[in-house]
Structure formats: C-alpha cells, structure tokens
Design a protein around this ligand. Sequence first.
Ligand code: WT7
Length: 630
Amino acid sequence: MTEDFDVRLVEDVKTYTPDPQYRKNAWMGDYQKAYDEFLADPDAFWEKMAKELDWISPWDKVKEWNYPYAKWFTGAKLNITANCLDRHVNDTRRNKVALIWRGEGGRERIFTYQKLLSQVARFANALRKIGVKKGDTVCIYMPLVPEQLIAMLACARIGAVHSVVFGGFGAAALNMRITDADAKVVITADITIRRGKAIQLKAIVDEAIINASTVEHVVVLRRREPHVDLHENELDFYEMMDGMSDVCPPEVMDAEDPFFILYTSGSTGKPKGIVHTCGGYMVGTYYTSKYIFDIKDNDTFWCTADPGWITGHSYIVYGPLAVGATVFISELTPDYPDAGSYWNLIEEQKITIFYTAPTAIRMFMKMGESWPDKYDLSSLRIIGSVGEPLNPEAFEWYYRVIGKSRTPILDTWWQTETGMHMITTMIGEPMRPGFAGKPIPGVEADVVDKDGNSVKPGTGGLLVIKSPWPAMLRTVYKDDERYRKYWETISGVYTVGDLAVKGKDGYIMILGRSDDIIIVAGHNIGTAEVESALVSHHAVAEAAVIGKPDVMKGNSIKAFVILRVGNNPSDRLKQDLMHHVRTTLGPIAIPHEIDFVDKLPKTRSGKIMRRVLKAQEMGIDPGDVSTLEE
Ligand code: WT7
C-alpha cells in the first residue's frame, strides 16, 4: 500500500447548483435531513427502507454486528424475484414495460413485467427439472441479451447461486471462475455480437470446462440460424423451456442465504469470489435505485454496463426491477455503427436516466461534439458515472454537451464488494467537478491515515467505511481470510483500497487505487493476474505489471518481462505475448506496452517493487527505496 499520501487540495473548483426543482421532486428530498435521520438511528432508517418491500416473513433484528461479520434482517424470509417481478405484476405494473433490448440492425425486443415473469418462471422450472437446487452454483457466461437477465432471475427464483462472468473474459479466466465456484451448470450462447462481427462464445466455454468436473450441463442459447449442433450434456435454452409451466413458486430464502458470487480482481493472481446475500442486497439496491437514481414510474433507465459486472447486477437487473422501472439495454457499442450510436438510442428510446463510465465519456469527448449534437437528448433528466474518477474536464464536457448544462451528474462511488452506491452527490445537491460527493444516507465514510485517524480537511488518505451496510459482501468464497482483511487492515473499519481527499465541506475526491489493482477503462484488473498470465507463456521467466496514466482509459497496462534463456526479444514475441494474455484473461487485460528487461527491482525479500518501475516510467521520484536490494 502507498505510504505517503501527501496530497494537498486545490479547493477553488467551480460549483454547479442544479435547478431547485430537482431536489423538490426527488424521492429523497433534502440530503442533510435524510442523513441526520439515518445517523440518529441507523437501524430505524434501514428498517423503513426494508418495509417498502415484500417479505415472506419479517426479521427479528435489523442488524447483528459481530465485528467483522454482519447479518442483516435476521430470520427474515424473502425471494428477490417476488419483489422484482410478482410485486409489480400483482399490482398496477402488470403490463408496464420492464425491459427493452436493442441489438444491431434496429432489432428490438420488449418484455412487459408479465412477460418477463413468465419467461423467468419457465426457465426457472427448466433449471429445476435438470436438477438445479437451492444453493447450487450456476455460471452465466452470456452476451448482453434479455436471456442473460432471464437466466440470472431464474437462478434467483429457485435459490441457485449465480456467478455471472463477463462475456469478454478469456478461457483461463472463465475456467478459474467455474472451478473455484464448483459450478454445476454453465449457461452460455453460441455467439456474442460486437461491432457487426460474431464472436464464438461457446468455443471459449468448451475450452474452459475441460477439467471442470463439477459441470453437469451446458445450456446454450442458439442465436445463429441454422442452429449449431449440440454435444452430449448440452441443452438448448428454449427447448428446455418447452412445455414448462409459467408458474414457479419462488424458493423461500433466508435473508442471509448466499445470493450470488461475483469475481473481482485482488492483489494476488487469484480473483476474489465476492459473496452477496439475499436480504441486505435487495434492500441496498432497491433503496439506491429509488432514492439515489430517483427512478420514477415514467423513467426509462439505461445503464450501459454489462450484467457481468456488479454495476449490471445492481443497476440493470435487481435494483431497477425492484423499483418497477423500465430498463433499457443494448448490445451495441458506443462506436458502432458509428460514433452517434448511444445518442441515437437516447433519442429513439427517450432515455431519461443514463448511467455510463468515465472511459466512455472521454471517448465521446475525443470523437467530438458534432455526434451528440446531431440528436435530441432533451429526454435526459439525470446522467450518471461510475467505475473510476470522473476528472473535471470530463465532468464539464458531460455536463455541458450531454446534460445541456441542465441535468445533474450523479458520480457514484462504490465497488463489487459494497454491492450498492456509497458516495455520490445526491440529485439537487451542489456538484463539484472532481469530487464524487458525500456518503449517502445509510453510509458512514471517512478519509483516514494508515493508523485510522481522520485526516484534516484538504488532505488525502485512505478511504474507509466506518460501519456495516446491508448490501456489503459477507465473505470471499472459500477464502474468509481475504474477507477479514477488508476489516482488519485498519482495525474497526472497512478499508476500501482507494486513496481519497477530503474536501473542506465533506465532499470526497477519489484519487484511485492504493493497492496493486489497475482500473483500465473502468475494469478492475490485478497486476498479479496479468503477471501470472504472462508467466504462463513458455518464453517468459518473470513479469511485472504496472498501470500507466492514460488520457482515454484512465490507465493502461505496461508489462516488464524477463525472458527464459534461449528466447530473444522481438516484436513478434511481443505480439505473441499480447495474444496470449487476450486468450487467457480476455481483451480487457492486454498489456498496451511490453518491455523486455534483464532485471526487475525487488525488495531484499524478493517482492517486486512496482512502485519503482512506475516512478522510472513516469520520471518521478520513487520515494523510499531503502528496502530495494542492491
Ligand atoms: C473500484 C471498484 C462499482 C462499479 C464499478 C466498479 C473505482 C468506482 C468510482 C467513482 C472514482 C471509482 C474505485 C473502486 N471506482 N466508482 N465514481 N469514482 N473511482 O466496481 O470493479 O469493484 O471497482 O472502482 O477505485 O474501488 P469494481
């Protein structure tokens, strides 16, 4: 972890104050009032939120905090899909549009709440029929199509634990996630479509399950006509649903039953299986979808993430559906068929709330204002950002060009581990470019030094969360030690792993990771993961990886590689190594630059000092090098 956070803050940033109507009409109303209400009685605050939802039976206690383990809504029984689907179908939203999907070539698919519930119930019954039971793990490795959401919701319906793996991951990354989670079923599709091209997804699954002995079935959504042949133990997504009833009683889940596993990069080569549970996650994502995004019944909500990331779990699937929103999703990329693709969709669908990532915003900036200017974006009322710091230049552009200097920007800070938004500037509150904002009602955050002392306003330190929250991770799958580390790095608080600066008025500026995780285009990648992928190549003896600031992607990956004797540096080998990382981890982890070196800076105990490499690379002072070996 970085030891010196001598960050001084320039406080003279401009403040933007949204139209008072925003605050007046927001579900939350006044931020400070809501925050004070929460602080006065945290359990009462969360209990009030939980009571807005349907439970099969109520809780004994709102929270049981047995540091570092929390339980929420103890003893309560529920099923999240009853809240995401049945609650609306049984009420006035039966025929409301739940989901709109747009593919390439103008293809559109629309599901009402009733239709979505029927599809989920039928697929859930089909999963039950092939033997999937409560507590079994199902791996979902699919493109961004409605069936991906149906698969997730069907698992939730029957209490199966889903582990969704982003469709851009390579075979080794997928294999690790399937085997670590002991997945019984893998749900995939024959192809994913990117920029007009079909990418063979199922071929990656074939490779990833070679030694995965727990996998009993592979379910394939066959998109291509004529259908590809299926092998033994492979089932067709829709054939499985044939003859299945569209009634599927929801499994009765305990609030603390595991809900899903989602892998995220850590500081070792092995990603962490973050475990979320049913009750707290439901309340946290419902609360933030309603009160942070301020979703109203007539909104059309578009989060551009993939359900394979936590952003998609919480703010494409579970949160927005729990509030009964109309959710828009699209398989299109922001640059295909042209650089106006997203703006065209906003105009076409009259999107009202748009949630994307800084890396996309910076790409839009590069492509120029003439693209968004061609379209009518006046339906937008809130625009959001997530995944990495939204730098002031990108903020200003997003606010002016997309928001027309009118719509508030919700820069939301949170993590796979937190499950829900934690820090933002609430709708209607003054916005300060560069600052994510303040902890939301329900969350206590602070910036501290490495001993846990709160830093003075205007200085930097480590971002921490000071008390448990309902949607927090409960453990790291099969590795509780790694869970404890979050709460034991600094005793008594949850250490986030980010560096931050506390502004004079309580606003928090997020600077970036303090550990060996690199955020590339909003994706979390561990240096150790890329290093071990490189070392798995026959020509590589040792590798060290750093993140280099990149105007577009936030960071890019640079690798320093020591070759095994008998191998010579060449451009061809560089290409080969890049290709190797692509096929093992996936395109998001490819090093942008590779240097062949004879030596790596190490401590006397043999740990690679990436900080020294980074300082050399950027021509800055490496700081304390007393532990560097001669
Ligand atoms: C890390 C978590 C939560 C969904 C996406 C990423 C960085 C996230 C922000 C933001 C500055 C941010 C942090 C965090 N991050 N949102 N608004 N401003 N940084 O989830 O993959 O678990 O990554 O993303 O460094 O720790 P994740």
